[in-house]
Design a protein around this ligand. Structure first.
Ligand SMILES: *[C@@H]1O[C@H](CO)[C@@H](O)[C@H](O)[C@H]1NC(C)=O
Ligand SMILES: *[C@@H]1O[C@H](CO)[C@@H](O)[C@H](O)[C@H]1NC(C)=O
Ligand SMILES: *[C@@H]1O[C@H](CO)[C@@H](O)[C@H](O)[C@H]1NC(C)=O
Ligand SMILES: *[C@@H]1O[C@H](CO)[C@@H](O)[C@H](O)[C@H]1NC(C)=O
Ligand SMILES: *[C@@H]1O[C@H](CO)[C@@H](O)[C@H](O)[C@H]1NC(C)=O
Ligand SMILES: *[C@@H]1O[C@H](CO)[C@@H](O)[C@H](O)[C@H]1NC(C)=O
Ligand SMILES: *[C@@H]1O[C@H](CO)[C@@H](O)[C@H](O)[C@H]1NC(C)=O
Ligand SMILES: *[C@@H]1O[C@H](CO)[C@@H](O)[C@H](O)[C@H]1NC(C)=O
Ligand SMILES: CC(=O)N[C@H]1CO[C@H](CO)[C@@H](O)[C@@H]1O
Length: 776
């Protein structure tokens, strides 16, 4: 009964929203993206390499929609003309829907705001490069790989972007180094070969006048883009550290690689239309790999052709440009992974084998290890009063808020000089905000209780801070309850190397399966993304963020799938530098089939609650770039596979023809057939127990010695029968590609997802492929 009433109320609420919306919709304009598919125009016979659809074509289309008395609105915000066709413009809802019916228009959607994939609240630290140095780079490698970072721009003065010893810029480079506020052409060099920026302000909030200054420049004022670029391709920097933490040689995955920065994001986020423009530019400029540590919120994904990154990546892939993206930080719930199109390389995040510890010492002498980075100046010899936020609530403030140390919830007179315990019941208020509340109230330090996030060290600057789990909290609470004048202190952070097996799936890393289709396994792979040391913008924007007597650090520690993504970008560039002719899908396959599912203790990789991790958490495993140089066999996924994917997914023949500008004959629409795309992993959304076997086809290409014989080894989940036909693959000079089938029979398998693997072995290579099968 109650449920019905609730539903009814919800219905009324939604209905009223709808009514309001339609009334307002007619007058107001907002930015829309109008996507018109491949830029190769069949009528105009325009050069395939560089579409260059004239702006006038799109303006003409706009003028057919916008009333002539409002002709001042007939202008484009962005114009896409190189790798694909389309534009963004201010439109009313009616105009947008009129356009979507036009011939050649694939999709029209409101310009979305995408988020940077540093951890949720911008408050996690980043860590050192978890990847072991890539030993010696093979002799026949090329220095001419160019990667695009679509991000918050770049801080060109960072030592990570020096160009000493790097040869001249590849002649195929067609990009530019745009000048802007505090950014000169001379800020680019042979390492940082390109920099572009876009007037994101215009599209993000049409109401806002454009702010000049730092934004009209490729210069990074946030640090995210500088950090990701240094991880993907920074040069060696000796003695890099974050005020002494994570000390070592900072280096990117592929130091000889060139960097081009495309600034599409500001503090407010990233506009989708601008990201699309940057992708169009990057493809034209001649990059090999595009790295995007950005995504739609997992709640906002609707379909591939309304997602700017998926659209741009499709056309990049079509032209041999690889696109690597972060999976998102909305874990550990299932169905949170984003950037899941099969032509995108989707990266989840792992912890590496180091942690930062700040101990809590209680008045009774007991010590608890907490997590966090701080430059506390407290010592073991002086104790401070210890209070729980709940006990010092401000007048009229609910205790539920005071427990959480909400802004305004604490009685400041009772906070000063004390060490305060706050819980984290409500993810809406970040650790950073809580720290600021206590700092503002002149507390001596903060103990945060947060079972889930403590794996990801928070950087509290000079403010004494530590983060503990529920077990520790029970004991501290007991001490507070049973002691008249409880006291404590928080000691400076120490670094604990090799403290646990690594890698471990990071708790925040978004999880599969994909909410758009469960017939492609996502995320694809995992790479280090917790507490990553990378180049930073040296500035102190908050009091106490720089330890007294120190200069702002040139390096910072950050966490997020944002930090994992450029590790894979760097690894891909490394492989491309050795295997220059390999397509994006071959490089992706090499990194996938050689990934490891074992940790440093030679045990299966776990998640942060110590359970064996499954492929929806870590994809096929943690990348191993050195092994990926020599994978033996690869799965080539070509544009025909992706077009079939669009057919099976359910797009109309007309839409697909516009997207691909090829004469498509869609075999049929059936989501089940998606599992048959030649992907380096297998996912089956439905396998009924009473169904006869389900057959999946794959084709492998031999990239090792021409004479090779591989045999199949299957790891089937309990109760499931998995067979391979043939179970032996014999390659020779004339046989480079072999197709095989895998049959799945659920028989007595348990309901829900079952995971297993099929490995091809030839004595030298392990070609490991993972499968996920949902049994009903
Ligand atoms: C737009 O500007 C007006 C007037 O300055 C202001 O009242 C309104 O809140 C603004 N709207 C948005 C979405 O910022
Ligand atoms: C690096 O640090 C060590 C000691 O911490 C010092 O001896 C050395 O000179 C430093 N090297 C550089 C290049 O700064
Ligand atoms: C620690 O540093 C702060 C300034 O950040 C200073 O006010 C305080 O007196 C110092 N405390 C100790 C115990 O040295
Ligand atoms: C957090 O914020 C969201 C939206 O802003 C709200 O719906 C939700 O109730 C909040 N959560 C809590 C625990 O207050
Ligand atoms: C401590 O006291 C609080 C009430 O102030 C109570 O809710 C809690 O159960 C007590 N905990 C312990 C461990 O004694
Ligand atoms: C770890 O895996 C177990 C078993 O699959 C699951 O119950 C738990 O929620 C997972 N923990 C995290 C943090 O993902
Ligand atoms: C596409 O296919 C249709 C029917 O199969 C045919 O009439 C048309 O000529 C083809 N177009 C091209 C460009 O090949
Ligand atoms: C491959 O095998 C064929 C036939 O067994 C043999 O003639 C040839 O020499 C072998 N090639 C290599 C490179 O081993
Ligand atoms: C790990 C680390 O760098 N800890 C530092 C915390 O702050 C104290 C005092 O500022 C340093 O001595 C520690 O090295």
């Amino acid at each position: 009964m109650e449920l019905c009433l609730l539903q009814f109320l919800l219905f009324l609420f939604l209905a009223s929203l709808l009514i309001c919306n339609t009334i307002i919709a007619d007058q107001t304009t907002k930015p829309y993206v109008v996507y018109m598919g491949n830029s190769i125009s069949s009528q105009n016979n325009i050069d395939v390499d560089d579409g260059q659809i004239p702006e006038s074509v799109h303006l003409q289309l706009l003028s057919s929609i916008i009333p002539s008395e409002e002709s001042e609105r007939i202008k484009l915000i962005h114009h896409y003309s190189h790798a694909f066709s389309g534009f963004s413009a201010m439109l009313t809802e009616n105009e947008a829907s009129a356009l979507s019916g036009h011939d050649g228009v694939v999709s029209v959607f409101p310009d979305p705001i995408l988020e940077l994939h540093t951890t949720r609240s911008w408050d996690f630290l980043d860590s050192d490069l978890g990847m072991k140095p890539l030993a010696t780079v093979p002799r026949h490698s090329s220095n001419d790989i160019i990667i695009a970072l679509i991000d918050t721009g770049i801080w060109p003065e960072s030592p990570s972007f020096r160009d000493d010893g790097i040869g001249k810029i590849p002649s195929r480079w067609k990009g530019v180094c745009m000048e802007g506020h505090d950014f000169k052409k001379s800020n680019c060099n042979r390492k940082l070969i390109g920099a572009r920026y876009y007037n994101t302000q215009d599209t993000l909030n049409s109401n806002k006048t454009r702010t000049e200054g730092a934004k009209g420049s490729p210069r990074d004022s946030i640090g995210h883009g500088t950090h990701t670029a240094s991880t993907a391709a920074g040069v060696f920097v000796n003695n890099a550290s974050y005020y002494g933490l994570a000390k070592g040689t900072a280096r990117g995955g592929s130091p000889s690689t060139r960097i081009a920065a495309y600034k599409t994001c500001s503090e407010e986020g990233c506009s989708g239309s601008t990201i699309l423009k940057a992708m169009d530019d990057a493809i034209r400029d001649g990059v090999d790999i595009i790295s995007i540590s950005i995504g739609l919120s997992s709640l906002m994904q609707s379909d591939y052709l309304n997602d700017p990154i998926a659209i741009g990546a499709f056309h990049a892939e079509e032209r041999g440009v690889m696109v690597v993206c972060s999976a998102g930080n909305d874990g550990p719930d299932p169905y949170t992974v984003v950037n899941t199109a099969p032509w995108i390389f989707t990266v989840s995040a792992s912890n590496i084998d180091r942690n930062f510890r700040s101990a809590v010492v209680l008045g009774n002498g007991k010590t608890f290890q907490g997590a966090g980075i701080n430059f506390s100046n407290l010592t073991r010899s002086t104790m401070y009063s210890l209070v729980f936020g709940e006990e010092i609530a401000a007048k009229f403030a609910p205790t539920s808020e005071a427990r959480n140390c909400y802004p305004g919830s604490l009685d400041y007179t009772k906070v000063a000089g004390k060490i305060v315990v706050c819980v984290n019941d409500d993810p809406n208020i970040s650790r950073r905000i809580k720290k600021l509340v206590l700092q503002d109230a002149r507390a001596m330090g903060m103990i945060l209780v947060d079972e889930n996030n403590r794996d990801v060290s928070f950087d509290a600057g000079a403010f004494p801070f530590t983060e503990i789990g529920n077990l520790e909290w029970h004991q501290i609470l007991h001490y507070i309850n049973s002691t008249k004048n409880p006291t404590a202190t928080i000691l400076p952070t120490i670094e604990v190397p090799r403290y646990r097996p690594a890698p471990i799936v990071a708790s925040f890393s978004s999880r599969g399966p994909s909410s758009l289709t469960e017939n492609i396994l996502k995320p694809d792979v995992m790479a280090p993304g917790v507490a990553i040391l990378g180049a930073m913008v040296p500035k102190s924007d908050e009091p106490g963020s720089v330890p007294i007597g120190e200069k702002p650090s040139l390096f910072g520690i950050k966490s997020g799938t944002s930090m994992a993504c450029p590790h894979v970008t760097g690894a891909a560039a490394f492989i491309k530098s050795v295997h220059g002719r390999w397509s994006p899908s071959m490089i992706k396959s090499a990194l996938m089939t050689t990934a490891t599912t074992y940790n440093s203790m030679k045990k299966p990789v776990t998640n942060s609650s110590n359970y064996i991790a499954n492929p929806h958490e870590m994809g096929v495993g943690e990348i191993n770039p050195l092994k990926a140089l020599n994978p033996g066999l690869v799965f080539e996924t070509n544009i025909k596979d992706y077009i079939k994917f669009l057919c099976y997914y359910g797009y109309s023949k007309k839409i697909i023809s516009s997207v691909s500008k090829t004469n498509v004959t869609c075999p049929k629409t059936s989501q089940d057939l998606i599992s048959n795309i030649n992907y380096p992993s297998i996912s089956i959304q439905t396998l009924k127990r009473n169904q006869k076997v389900k057959m999946i086809t794959r084709t492998v290409t031999n990239v090792g010695a021409s004479n090779a014989t591989y045999v199949a080894k299957v790891h089937a989940p309990e109760g499931m029968v998995v067979n391979v036909y043939p179970n032996k693959l014999v390659f020779s000079k004339n046989v480079k590609r072999i197709t095989y089938k895998v049959s799945f029979y659920a028989k007595e398998a348990h309901g829900g997802y079952n995971f297993g693997s099929l490995t091809w072995l030839d004595g030298r290579h392990y070609v490991h492929t993972v499968f996920a099968v949902k049994v009903q």
